[in-house]
Design a protein around this ligand. Sequence first.
Ligand SMILES: [Zn+2]
Length: 163
Amino acid sequence: MQNRVGPSGVTQHEGRSTGARPVFSSLLRGAAHKCPACGQGAMFRRYLKVADICPNCGEVLHHHRADDAPPYFTIVIVGHIVVGLVLAVEMAYRPPLWVHAALWLPLTVILTLVVLPSVKGALIALQWALLMHGFDPDAKEEMGTGFEATLPEASPRRLDFRS
Ligand SMILES: [Zn+2]
């Protein structure tokens, strides 16, 4: 139960920073794929794989529960961009359908792949700033999934389908 100061100057309490957690700057750091606590360490160790702890300040990041929120918000963002562009080009130039397909299908895929990590980073940073899902330094222990159950031992009897 000792506080320590990480290399970034962020005070740590068992891997959780105890300093202020401003929402907006945390969102910007997360959207830039950076740790919300120090703004230096990489949040992702692979494309969408969140690092368990920040490599720079040691902030614990595995508490996040981004789940399917990043794809949802990515669909909203990319959909508004692409649909707006489709309508604008159609109204201005009335190109044949194959031009639409050649333009918007690749653009949709590329935009999705570019936007998704930033949205996920911003959502995790928001959870961190709002002390959600175990990001609270005063939390007693990490929340379980709620699905743990003690299963009874397997019955020694076996079903016999021969009759
Ligand atoms: Zn950090």
